[in-house]
Design a protein around this ligand. Structure first.
Ligand SMILES: Cc1cc2nc3c(=O)[nH]c(=O)nc-3n(C[C@H](O)[C@H](O)[C@H](O)COP(=O)(O)OP(=O)(O)OC[C@H]3O[C@@H](n4cnc5c(N)ncnc54)[C@H](O)[C@@H]3O)c2cc1C
Length: 388
């Protein structure tokens, strides 16, 4: 492409959301440029690592609705690219039987007719050996839930985008955005123009939005991604059909604790705390708080007796949180040809293909396939107004 090329769309940020947005735009024959500040692949944002959980176990039903199509879109790109991105493991959901959140999750699964098995205290250990169910807690297994191969999924979306004629420029940090009927995007390695712009910059979103006079209430947190050694190798392994799990709350914390069967590192199971500590994405590892790991140690010692309650490996990742933990999928309030996908609040990976589809629809001025009211920017202002 020459320096004078006018793209139909420029997407900033080649994490899972930007990569799938670019892929959907290219599928619609739109001339699309995907810009990434780092050399790809990288592990500085939110989409790196080998695995993520896909589940319908949500307290809000609109997420479960979107997942119907999402599973189909994951299967579609698997078929197109000839790669495996999803593996069914089931998801064990454990929580206090009388808590509102646990009830809502169970209701969502039931109302949406998701195949599930409710476990009783009597048959729990027969089905799920080597896990202790807390007193007063219930357990259900969401059967179709599973894992997504994260790094491979992002690479696949980028690869399919390129096969469709899309252009990726990595090592190209966006340093300025000039809104207008044609948006000008200035990077460390060139200047580009497009009819529309999608910003999917993860933890750096507000830094980019500052060029457009907008700031969203986003908080960036560093997450400690902990792997725990199996005392007997294989006891929590994916091949032995150990499921993913979510503990909605417990005596150690009101936050979720979640885990994935041992898979990517033989003999190590990933168990994490679903919250972290505020950080600057450019100085992620200055944040050294590990009080979450203390909570996980207590939980693992009590409920996962087959794991050594000391993490063997701790990696890092970033969450970008909105106050209500729902995403931002919307037009820029001042510039309708700038679209924002942000605030995926630690649960956005599974939605990658559908987010990509929705952001491509918004950027082309099409009616989005779903009601996007939970994801509008104006909800933040409405909250502020009602608080005054
Ligand atoms: C530990 C952990 C576990 C998780 N588990 C799950 C799970 O089990 N299931 C699930 O569904 N979700 C999960 N998530 C959440 C999910 O991974 C994220 O919601 C998702 O990856 C967010 O993707 P993104 O594309 O918005 O952000 P990112 O992946 O951070 O991508 C943003 C990109 O924009 C680039 N960028 C930023 N600024 C610029 C600039 N100026 N110029 C050019 N490029 C720029 C960045 O370099 C980055 O590559 C988890 C997240 C973490 C951290």
């Amino acid at each position: 492409m020459s320096a004078d090329t006018v793209y139909d769309c420029i997407v900033i940020g080649a994490g899972v959301q930007g990569s799938f947005t670019a892929y959907h735009l290219a599928k619609k024959n739109k001339k699309t440029l995907l810009l990434e500040q780092f050399v790809l692949p990288h592990s500085r944002g939110s989409s790196h690592g080998q695995t993520r959980v896909i589940r319908k176990a949500y307290d809000q039903e609109f997420y479960a609705h979107m997942l119907d199509e999402c599973y189909k879109l994951w299967a579609q790109i698997e078929k197109e690219a000839g790669v495996r991105l999803y593996r069914q493991t089931g998801l064990l959901v454990m929580g206090p039987e009388n808590s509102r959140y646990y009830e809502l999750v169970k209701n969502t699964l039931q109302k949406n007719k998701v195949p599930m098995v409710a476990l009783t205290r009597e048959n729990f250990s027969k089905h799920i050996p080597l896990v202790n169910l807390d007193e007063g807690h219930g357990a259900v297994v969401e059967i179709p839930a599973g894992i997504l191969y994260a790094d491979r999924a992002v690479k696949t979306a980028q690869g399919q985008f390129q096969k469709l004629g899309g252009v990726i420029r990595d090592n190209a940090m966006v340093t300025d955005i000039k809104p207008g009927p044609l948006v000008t995007v200035v990077t460390s390695s060139g200047v580009y123009r497009a009819k529309s712009l999608v910003i999917t910059a993860g933890p750096w979103t507000n830094r980019l939005l500052a060029h457009t006079g907008l700031e969203l209430p986003l908080e960036v947190e560093k997450i400690n991604v902990c792997y725990w050694k199996e005392k007997v190798p294989g006891s929590y392994n994916i091949k032995n059909r150990f499921p993913c799990f979510i503990q909605t709350e417990c005596q150690d914390t009101k936050e979720h604790i979640y885990g994935l069967p041992s898979n990517e590192y033989p003999g190590l199971m990933k168990v994490c705390f679903h919250a972290g500590f505020e950080t600057d994405p450019d100085h992620r590892d200055k944040q050294k708080n590990t009080s979450d790991i203390d909570i996980l140690q207590r939980y693992i010692a009590r409920c996962f007796p087959g794991l050594d309650p000391q993490p063997a490996v701790v990696e890092s990742c970033l969450y970008t949180l909105t106050p209500d933990r729902n995403f931002v999928l919307d037009h820029h309030p001042a510039y309708s040809n700038i679209v924002i996908g942000a605030g995926f609040s630690g649960h956005g990976f599974k939605f990658g293909p559908i987010i990509g589809k929705l952001l491509s629809e918004l950027s082309l001025g099409e009616v989005p396939s779903y009601d996007l009211s939970p994801f509008k920017i104006r909800r933040f202002h409405e909250k502020t107004k009602s608080a005054l």
